[in-house]
Each structure stands twice: as C-alpha cells, then as structure tokens.
Design a protein. Structure first.
Length: 317
C-alpha cells in the first residue's frame, strides 16, 4: 500500500480516499431526487433527456415583433414592424384557440375593420399565422385614460369634458354602424401623445346587433365596475348599455374615483351614486344631472343617443 497525501491506494487500483465524505444537505438531496424524477419522466415521455425552452416569436405573418405591449382575456398585443411599408403597428394574436374565442376574435377584426373614425383605432390587416388568428392595428403612442386617472393628472374641467365628448363621437358613430362595444372603460381608451386625441380600443367583445349564436344566453361579458344593470343581469342589450358605461367613465374622470368602487354583482343591481358635486363642490351642478341621467338603471330613462350626452357636456364647457 502506498500513501498519497491524506489518502491511500493499492498499486494497480484507482485512488480511493479514506476520508469521510460529507453527505450533501437534505435540501440538496431533495432537489437531486426531484431532478432525477423529472428527467426520468421526460425520458419516458419523449425518449430523451433534453429539455428545451420554446424560443420567443420573432414574427407574426410578415410582421416583425419588437416587443410585447400587453395581454388580456383574448390575446397578446405586440408592437411590430410592417416591413412592406416600414410602419410600426400593433398586432394582436389570439391566446387560447377555442372555437368560441376564435369566433369572438374574428368578429373583432370584422367589426373594427369597417369602422373608419378618428376616435377609433384603425384596423389594417387580419389573418392567420401558425394556425392562430391575428389582427394588425394602428399603433397608438400615448397612455390610457386609466393611467391618466390613476396618476390624477391635473386636467382642467374643459379638457376632461372634451375627452368624453370625443368618446361620445367615436362610440356614437359605432352605434350608428350597428355595433355595441360592451366593455367601455378607462383602460380601453387611449389618449394619443402629442395631439391628445382620444381613441377607443378593443372591440374584442363587441356585438353586432344582427349577430346571433356567439354569446350564451344569460352570459355576462364586460367589466363589472362600468357595467349597466341589464348587462350585469345578463339581459338582452342594446347601445344604451354603452351609454351607462360612458357615464361611469365621465364620473371617474371628473372625481378620480370609481362611481361604484369594489362593486360586486349583487351590489351592481342596487347601487346608489354619490353626486359629483358632493365630492368636488366647485363643479357645475349640471354635471350631477348629466352623470345621473347617463347612469339611470332603467335604460328607457337614460340618454337614448350619445350625441345628446355630448351636447349637454358642450353646454357646460
């Protein structure tokens, strides 16, 4: 036997230390066992130990993806370059490919594609890439009205009313074209950088008045804090449900607080509105009447068309 440092070995045999080897900590043992089990499972399932990360998408159809802008219930929104005309666009790609979701997504594309208005985002292209539908739209630089409200931007009353008048103008045009948005809220409204123009986003759950078979009876689609009582109850809807939502947006923009904070479904059917002037006494009392009429629970007693609401706002300005 020959000695080597602190260990020993027999001639012709590999080095074998006589020192005690510390066992790895219990946590390390558990991690090692978990990894062994995982690799065994992968080998059993795929016949290989290789684990690969799915590469990020670089294109959708011809559009070159720059970065993700956001995601929602229907899909993921990307900033992309259209190389044919060297223009930045927003590309929305469906997240979950079910028949119902596909139908809703394609409906958004069809509905948005035929709306041409300065206060509505323009749709440029619709298609399918890698078996998934997508829609390419005008890219809007700016911030959402929700962001404006959350940072409590120091806007004048005149500016606030101007923004809501623009909302009435664009949404009223959509109503004239037979389209109901059903999810009007501050985060679906963009204020453009520079011009400060308001643009309506996301007709993703919009409903054609003559469209049938895509929405389940009694189903509720929308955002509860801005939802009319008839929408919260799953009753048949017309364009007046959007008028209620515009009233809720107007209230929130004026006061920087939601008309119905922490609203639950049961509360949504029994809400009492705190008057605008009770929260901001310097406002014209006419604003109370305008907001209250827009948000009357019975749609028959609301403004029947958005141009009526816009005219009342212009009179206050």
């Amino acid at each position: 036997m020959l000695r080597h440092g602190g260990g020993s070995f027999l001639v012709g045999y590999p080095l074998r230390t006589t020192r005690r080897v510390k066992k790895p900590p219990l946590l390390h043992q558990k991690i090692n066992r978990t990894w062994d089990n995982l690799t065994f499972f992968v080998k059993t399932l795929y016949g290989s130990y290789t684990l690969a990360m799915t590469p990020e998408r670089s294109t959708i159809s011809r559009y070159e993806i720059k970065r993700e802008l956001g995601s929602g219930g229907m899909g993921v929104l990307y900033l992309a370059l259209d190389p044919l005309i060297d223009r930045l666009v927003a590309v929305k790609r469906l997240r979950v490919d079910t028949e119902e979701m596909r139908a809703r997504f394609l409906r958004e594309a069809r509905a948005g594609g035929r709306l041409q208005h300065k206060n509505i985002v323009t749709v440029f292209d619709v298609g399918v890439d890698d078996d998934q539908p997508f829609i390419a739209m005008e890219y809007i630089k700016g911030e959402t009205l929700g962001e404006v409200i959350r940072r409590k931007a120091p806007l004048t009353l005149d500016r606030k009313l101007q923004l809501v008048e623009e909302l009435c103008d664009g949404l009223g045009y959509a109503h004239d074209e037979g389209l109901i948005h059903r999810d009007i809220k501050p985060d679906n409204l963009m204020v453009t950088e520079g011009s400060g123009e308001l643009k309506i986003l996301d007709f993703g759950i919009a409903r054609m008045r003559d469209l049938t078979g895509l929405t389940q009876a009694g189903g509720i689609i929308g955002t509860l804090s801005y939802m009319s009582p008839e929408q919260a109850q799953g009753r048949p809807l017309d364009h007046r449900t959007d008028i209620f939502a515009v009233g809720a947006v107007l209230y929130e923009l004026l006061t920087y607080r939601r008309a119905f904070p922490d609203r639950g479904l049961r509360v949504a059917l029994q809400d009492t509105l705190v008057p605008v002037t009770q929260l901001t006494s310097s406002f014209d009392p006419a604003l109370d009447e305008i907001v209250e009429r827009a948000m009357v629970p019975d749609p028959a007693h609301r403004y029947q068309q958005l141009h009526e609401l816009a005219e009342r706002l212009a009179a206050v300005r």
